[in-house]
Design a protein around this ligand. Structure first.
Ligand SMILES: [Zn+2]
Length: 400
């Protein structure tokens, strides 16, 4: 109901046009003003105005000449990677990571820390704050424009907090966005981890960026889907859309802390896979140990992994029937154990359970970002915010 009967004002259009130009500069690396106008379909005067603003704020810069038609040379424009940085943070159930990125989305620094479920969320959060502070101290030569934080869902966007983190309940009482903004005076953008993942695919893969319906499925310690339709992430009313980990695949199944029974993530998350192996072996392996055993071809681990992938396939059938995607990208830690076994098992399950036309139109694949798509996505939402709402950043951070 909220957005109905709303017009589009000038600022919204301007924000949209700015994003268009930036995404082109990101894909091409360097463009002339004429190329930007021709490719985006915007008037040259509009492009010139936007580029002038971007140059004034230092977001883009002129870099040498491009050879155009009829031997004409024109000035090349590129995103400025010298002055600004953003920080990406990922909070997962059993680790957190912090990365430093430039405005093209390239990662320059990374720290990852394992945590365990006995640690209090408030203590983990205070360690995360210390690490962000360390990054800020080490990068005083740059202006840090924004901080993007990817968190597991269900996530309550309006309040800037996690709604439920299975097995780590304390998180829901922490106002992540508010606390970080008060501490650093830098805009903080929270995003659901799977949504962050889908932004990364759109940003770094040409094929993914051209999909009408693109879905990133994070198969990690929880399971979530980032659903992108015509370039926009579907958020739902509170921002909790895409919580496929809590869709039911067995209504007589295991009880979940969300209130439902037989939730998908109870059967194929990395935590569920670890539990399944430990129950069968009566051992207390960690996920990392089981990952190694599976890679070495341990028959029981392979069997449990295959079962987990079958369950995942059933969850994906539900997604396919709901959204009819062009492409589904599988990511996060379960996708890095044995990608070909996961691919074959998921494809077999999906192919046998959806109608042939839908199957033939569907591509299933893996992320081309090997080092934590979701952390990269946290940075991308921070960068998007800079380009879409530059006024938020220039007044506070940029001194002429
Ligand atoms: Zn659930």
């Amino acid at each position: 109901m909220k957005k109905r009967n709303k017009g589009i004002n000038q600022d919204t259009i301007q924000g949209f046009n700015r994003s268009l130009i930036i995404s082109l500069l990101r894909k091409q690396g360097m463009c002339s003003r004429v190329q930007l106008a021709n490719t985006t379909g915007l008037k040259q005067a509009t492009v010139t105005n936007i580029i002038n603003d971007f140059i004034k704020w230092g977001f883009v810069k002129e870099v040498g000449f491009l050879n155009g038609s009829k031997g004409r040379r024109s000035i090349g424009i590129a995103i400025n990677t010298d002055t600004f940085r953003v920080i990406g943070v990922r909070i997962a159930r059993k680790y957190y990571s912090v990365g430093l990125f430039d405005l093209t989305g390239k990662m320059h620094q990374l720290q990852r820390v394992e945590t365990n479920l006995e640690e209090q969320p408030k203590d983990i959060f205070s360690n995360i704050k210390n690490m962000i502070q360390e990054f800020l101290n080490q990068n005083r030569s740059y202006t840090i424009l924004s901080i993007g934080v990817a968190i597991p869902g269900p996530f309550i966007q309006k309040e800037g907090r996690i709604g439920l983190m299975t097995e780590a309940e304390g998180w829901k009482h922490i106002l992540i966005k508010k606390e970080l903004e008060e501490l650093y005076h830098i805009p903080v953008i929270l995003e659901h981890d799977a949504n962050a993942g889908v932004y990364t695919q759109q940003w770094h893969s040409k094929e993914a960026s051209e999909c009408e319906v693109l879905i990133y499925v994070a198969v990690g310690q929880g399971i979530g889907a980032g659903i992108m339709i015509d370039g926009e992430v579907m958020k739902g009313s509170l921002g909790t859309a895409g919580e496929i980990g809590h869709t039911c695949i067995n209504f007589n199944g295991l009880k979940c802390s969300c209130g439902n029974t037989g939730c998908l993530e109870k059967y194929c998350s990395s935590i569920a896979f670890t539990n399944a192996v430990n129950e069968a072996t009566k051992k207390k392996y960690t996920f990392e140990q089981i990952k190694e055993l599976t890679k070495q071809g341990d028959p029981l681990c392979l069997q449990k992994f295959t079962e987990a992938c079958e369950y995942l396939g059933i969850g994906i059938v539900n997604i396919v029937n709901n959204f009819n995607p062009d492409m589904i990208i599988l990511g996060d830690e379960m996708a890095h154990i044995n990608p070909s076994l996961m691919y074959n098992t998921v494809c077999e399950t999906v192919k046998s359970r959806v109608i042939p036309e839908v199957w033939e139109n569907l591509k299933i694949g893996f992320s081309n970002i090997k080092n934590d798509s979701i952390l990269h996505g946290a940075a991308i939402v921070a960068i998007n915010e800079v380009f879409e709402n530059p006024a938020r950043f220039i007044e506070e951070n940029i001194h002429p």
